[in-house]
Design a binder for this molecule. Structure first.
Ligand code: ADP
Length: 254
């Protein structure tokens, strides 16, 4: 809308040009809207049957105790791939919703320290990595969407684990002042080369396909992180050095 050219007093050729431009613009935005709808519908339609497939696989794995090792492995792989795809579809759905302004946030006031403790506890359950929490003693209250923020932190911790050697530790630092709260996720991993740092939050962007292929990601994680954090009125920044590690900092209004 805002980009439309308005040239009421211009000569007629320019007016025609402006009309053509405006028509192109509205066709383009219709096309974008159709694309968003398409992505959103496809994600939604695929998610339901996949969730059912995943459920059946889980129930077979739980109930069949006479599976051979090969069968067990095959079913486990199928279940974990189904789960990964369900997450991918959920991410696509969230991004499509964010694009069209339909991503909903439930803003509540809560103690950030509790959320960080919960998330780190969850991460410790699925990884045996050393994850330390560093925080001031006083509780920091923020106004944000608890579940979405949980999703953000899990994503960043997950990355910190994926892109570092297993004998290195991860730190989650919490800090608060009267205007903002910050959460930092620090790793001593591979780091991100400077020339990639500005693009790392783009959709499907991955630094090094050869190195990241084995990690089973999609390149959507950080774009989701950015969308969610900004949707809650916060920001996310990155400081990283190749071979030394990365620090992702989230700032939230208090
Ligand atoms: P994914 O992890 O699925 O590839 P992300 O959007 O989460 O997607 O991350 C994009 C890319 O950024 C990753 O492929 C990886 O190359 C790089 N990256 C993200 N987090 C880190 C990190 N903590 N250390 C080093 N590289 C990272």
């Amino acid at each position: 809308g805002q980009a439309r050219l308005n040239l009421e007093r211009a000569p007629s050729e320019v007016k025609e040009l402006a009309q053509t431009f405006n028509m192109l613009l509205s066709r383009l935005s219709q096309a974008w809207e159709r694309e968003r709808e398409f992505v959103s519908n496809v994600s939604h339609e695929l998610r339901t049957p996949l969730t059912i497939v995943h459920g059946y696989l889980q129930s077979v794995l739980r109930r069949q105790h006479n599976l051979t090792e090969t069968q067990q492995e095959a079913l486990e792989t199928a279940a974990s791939e189904a789960e990964r795809t369900i997450h991918l579809l959920q991410d696509l759905l969230d991004l499509a919703r964010a694009d069209s302004g339909y991503l909903q946030f439930r803003l509540d006031s809560f103690v950030l320290n509790d959320l960080v403790a919960e998330v780190v506890g969850m991460a410790r359950q699925y990884s045996d990595r050393a994850i330390a929490i560093e925080t001031e003693t006083h509780p920091i209250v923020v106004k944000a969407d608890y579940d979405r923020l949980k999703q953000v932190l899990l994503n960043l911790i997950d990355n910190a684990i994926k892109y570092s050697e297993s004998d290195t530790s991860i730190q989650v630092k919490l800090d608060g002042n009267p205007t903002a709260a910050t959460i930092q996720i620090c790793d001593r991993g591979y780091g991100i080369p400077l020339q990639h740092q500005s693009r790392i939050f783009e959709r499907f962007y991955r630094v090094d396909e050869a190195r990241t292929r084995g990690t089973g990601g999609s390149g959507l994680g950080l774009s989701i992180v950015k969308t969610l954090v900004e949707g809650m009125g916060g920001s996310v920044t990155l400081r990283s050095k190749l071979g030394e590690g990365s620090v992702f900092t989230i700032s939230l209004p208090v």
